[in-house]
Design a protein around this ligand. Structure first.
Ligand SMILES: N[C@@H](CCC(=O)N[C@@H](CS)C(=O)NCC(=O)O)C(=O)O
Length: 210
């Protein structure tokens, strides 16, 4: 049995976890998930039935990890030899931008995509403040830093880039130079290219409805 069972669907957030799995060189088996016919093993592992969901077949028993950001950080910790964990000096940036991407950035993009208007007087309540403030914070950081943690790629970049891809592909995010250059740098990773090729092949071979 492979070390990990990976429930995914092509052209979904599953690509984020696939990239992370490729970055750490994990031994994993893919279970394609059809939206209308979810495997019982997925629903047993994750009652939400969401992908990506990962089951780690550890020596002492199975461990389930869902949430793309959690899967990224879990894999970086399980495979420290991949060098994608932060040093103590990078740890602030690492956690800050990972949580920023999974919280405020995702909320801001989702609100924009679904046309949810946040009344100006509720900006103090909403965690992302406003779409423009979220974008400005990212722009400031990525105009001054090549990666989330400064000058070195870490697992935080797998997740942050993936949110960028969603925002840029759907034309939700402005095409700022810093965003495009960041995405291009991260997309040059061989693990990203391998995950993308695997996602396309999965789409071709399963035709699972995306
Ligand atoms: N918060 C989850 C969201 C996962 C999610 O919404 N995945 C979508 C695909 S991109 C899904 O599984 N949709 C199928 C469904 O909800 O039935 C994460 O970040 O991993």
């Amino acid at each position: 049995m492979a070390t990990y069972t990976f429930f995914t669907n092509p052209r979904s957030r599953g690509l984020i976890a696939s990239w992370a799995l490729h970055e750490v060189g994990a031994d994993f088996a893919v279970v394609p998930v059809g939206w209308g016919d979810k495997p019982a093993a997925l629903l047993a592992a994750n009652p939400l039935g969401k992908v990506p969901t990962l089951v780690h077949h550890a020596a002492e028993g199975d461990r389930v990890v869902s949430e793309a950001a959690a899967i990224c950080t879990y894999l970086a910790e399980q495979h420290p030899e991949a060098g994608l964990l932060p040093t103590p000096a990078e740890s602030g940036h690492y956690h800050r931008w990972l949580f920023f991407a999974a919280g405020p950035l995702e909320q801001a993009l989702m609100a924009r995509m679904l046309g949810w208007e946040l009344p100006a007087e509720r900006e103090g309540t909403a965690g992302f403040g406003s779409f423009d403030r979220t974008v400005a914070a990212l722009d400031a950081h990525l105009s001054a830093n090549a990666y989330a943690c400064g000058d070195r790629f870490t697992m935080a970049d797998v997740y942050l880039t993936s949110q960028f891809d969603w925002g840029l592909n759907l034309k939700l995010l402005p095409r700022h130079d810093a965003f495009l250059a960041y995405a291009e740098r991260c997309h040059a990773r061989s693990a990203y290219q391998a995950a993308l090729a695997a996602d396309r092949e999965l789409y071709r071979s399963t035709r699972v409805e995306a």
